[in-house]
Design a protein. Structure first.
Length: 642
């Protein structure tokens, strides 16, 4: 369902005051005055909350429902369909209350499914969790036996022995005949014997490999390569330009998000914002059950980073109109800063930033002239369309900011009255920044790439990248996200030659090959409020179907190389028609780069083979390295979640 951004306007319309509200809001120019006006208005109409929203019962499955899901899981398990079983057990883990026997069963079952899928580390992680969550004493021996086998399979003899011995100790609690018990003991003793002389085996984790910036780090913008500079472009404001020739395959940006959030109820992603790992081994927060972690360590780090403060108001935030993921992300961002800085420092800093009279070229740079994605001031200075968006949306975000700050105060967070308007306005600014960069600009968000979904890519999280934000848009981009697109760290790679002095341009989600000019212009102006000035729009390039695909005197820039170009075009067509190429285009990147360069210098664009080659290079730059067993049904589930 699309978010409803007219919720507050509709309510003022019903009271007949909407026209006056818009007029007054438009006449107020400082964000603090606007916040104060909207807050008073909400108070006057009794629209400010007076208490927190309590969890609704449906959030946690009822007992019968969980038992039923577990039974379905057990049926799959008996049929040895461990992936399907895992999916059902996952639902039970997420849907049961931590600390209950049901939760313990769900974790124990999940560990069994992992065991049979040879995911021993994940299996082992769930066992102590199940024990902690009141797993029945009479069944404990089973968990220790499984832990022993998992450690054994990992080649860790001492740990395996320890678990087998624990299992032996607990056998007397188990319900079985004396004969069964003695047979069991004999088997366990054999297992212990077999542990001697084991060698540890490595099951490599899918660690994202972080690529190095070509040419090294830029001295003042550490997430960019040294081969670029920030300059004012004639039609697009600030932009990133090449200071040397840059080639396809070069890495021009490696950016870490300032803040990240998962889509609500996304139980396949660790919600700790410095992790965001896509995994099925998830545990819910024991207090709100609304956010999930890949393990206790991330849960603890998230609590230290502010989750303990957002936790009591999660239900209230989720009940607000608009886009829930964005509302959650804004609160996360706010509480993190507010408590890191303490409120007086926070107030002083945001007051200065809200006034923002810095010259556009130096916006986001620190006093020591550094533009770093790690700086609050950099993230907070990102463009937010405040002057261009409709009154409707502006009123919506001011109302939302006022209601959110009220929830924070009800939950016990101290916002002194004299600071309230500035602090509230800062929360609205965060909402507006996230609206543009996380809700509308989703192409750079962590996602499951199109290769896996077989359709378009599916975003799994929403992340704010302050340095990538510096790139302007083109419907014919010369850089794109590369590597593991589900990773939170975004690597931008060059996909077309960029001569010295030219601008580096990414796509904000539209491409000249797929949509015609009118559609692109309307999409970009709706979402981002600008008229696209890229070459494809200015020259009105045709879409894919109408692209010229033959070399003629009209598109050949240098007739002397006609023979070579013709020969290479033939080679390219033969290669790309080949099934083995389609399976692994990255093995042919050097050929693709050389071919593209040849066409870049000698053929007028747009030209079908050039555009196809760019597409193949983009595809070859992206990796699909998510574990298959974890991902079998994940994509469908994700789609339902989003
Ligand atoms: C994410 S920011 C890019 C950095 C920005 N130019 C700056 O000065 O900081 C997006 C803004 O840049 C401008 N912009 C980006 N791509 C453009 C394009 N193709 N045509 C016109 N303006 C563009 C628009 O003003 C847009 O709102």
């Amino acid at each position: 369902m699309d978010p409803d951004f007219s919720y507050y306007s509709k309510r003022f319309q019903m009271t007949g005051s909407l026209g006056d509200v818009y007029k007054t809001l438009a006449g107020l120019h400082s964000p603090e005055l606007r916040f104060s006006y909207v807050r008073d208005l909400l108070k006057e109409h009794s629209m400010l909350p007076t208490e927190l929203v309590q969890p609704c019962v449906e959030v946690v499955f009822n007992r019968e429902m969980t038992d039923m899901v577990r039974r379905i899981g057990n049926d799959h398990f008996r049929c040895r369909d461990y992936v399907a079983a895992l999916n059902e057990y996952m639902k039970c883990v997420v849907g049961t209350e931590p600390g209950t026997v049901q939760h313990a069963y769900a974790l124990a079952n999940r560990s069994a499914a992992y065991f049979h899928l040879n995911r021993y580390e994940l299996c082992l992680a769930d066992i102590p969790r199940a024990i902690k969550s009141k797993y029945p004493t009479k069944l404990l021996y089973k968990l220790y036996e499984r832990a022993g086998h998992a450690e054994y399979n990992l080649g860790r003899g001492e740990k395996a022995k320890f678990n087998y011995s624990e299992c032996l100790k607990r056998l007397d609690d188990g319900v079985m005949t004396a004969e069964q018990r003695s047979r069991y003991k004999k088997l366990l003793k054999e297992c212990i014997e077999n542990c001697n002389g084991l060698e540890e085996r490595n099951f490599p984790e899918n660690q994202p490999s972080i690529e190095q910036l070509t040419g090294g780090r830029h001295p003042f913008i550490p997430a960019l390569s040294k081969l670029v500079e920030l300059k004012c472009s004639p039609t697009m404001g600030r932009g990133v330009f090449a200071t040397e020739d840059i080639n396809p395959g070069d890495v021009v940006a490696v950016d870490e998000p300032y803040i990240s959030g998962a889509s609500p109820h996304n139980s396949l992603l660790c919600h700790y914002d410095k992790c965001m790992k896509l995994t099925c081994s998830i545990i819910p927060c024991p207090n709100c059950s609304l956010v999930y972690f890949c393990g206790e360590e991330c849960m603890q780090k998230a609590n230290e980073d502010g989750h303990t403060l957002e936790c009591p108001i999660m239900f209230s935030i989720n009940s607000l109109p608009g886009d829930t993921k964005l509302n959650q992300l804004a609160i996360r961002w706010f509480v993190r800063e507010y408590f890191k800085l303490n409120f007086v420092n926070y107030y002083v800093l945001v007051k200065k930033l809200l006034e923002n009279n810095k010259e556009p070229m130096v916006r986001g740079f620190s006093d020591s002239h550094v533009y770093s994605s790690e700086n609050f001031a950099t993230a907070f200075s990102m463009h937010c369309n405040e002057k261009e968006i409709s009154m409707d949306l502006l009123l919506f975000y001011f109302c939302l900011g006022a209601v959110m700050s009220e929830y924070l105060m009800i939950s016990g967070i101290d916002i002194p009255n004299r600071y309230l308007n500035t602090i509230g306005a800062s929360l609205v600014r965060m909402l507006l920044i996230l609206d543009v960069h996380c809700r509308k600009l989703t192409v750079i968000s962590p996602c499951i790439p199109a290769q896996m979904t077989k359709r378009s890519s599916v975003p799994t999280a929403y992340s704010l990248y302050p340095t990538i934000y510096l790139f302007n848009h083109s419907c014919d981009p010369n850089i794109r996200g590369s590597g593991n697109l589900s990773d939170r760290i975004r690597v931008m790679k060059v996909i077309q030659p960029i001569p010295k002095g030219s601008q580096l341009l990414m796509s904000y989600g539209v491409d000249f090959k797929e949509q015609n000019k009118e559609t692109r212009i309307s999409e970009l102006s709706d979402l981002f409020k600008f008229n696209c000035e890229c070459q494809a729009c200015v020259e009105n390039w045709p879409t894919n179907r109408f692209l010229p695909n033959r070399l003629t005197s009209l598109n050949l820039l240098n007739v002397n190389v006609a023979g070579t170009v013709g020969k290479e075009c033939k080679k390219f067509m033969e290669l790309t028609a080949n099934e083995s190429f389609k399976q692994a285009p990255s093995l042919h990147l050097n050929f693709l780069y050389d071919f593209l360069k040849l066409l870049f210098c000698n053929v007028k664009r747009p030209f079908k083979l050039y555009e196809n080659c760019v597409t193949w290079i983009s595809l070859a730059h992206t990796l699909v390295s998510i574990d298959e067993c974890e991902l079998s049904d994940l994509i469908n589930k994700l789609k339902n979640d989003l």
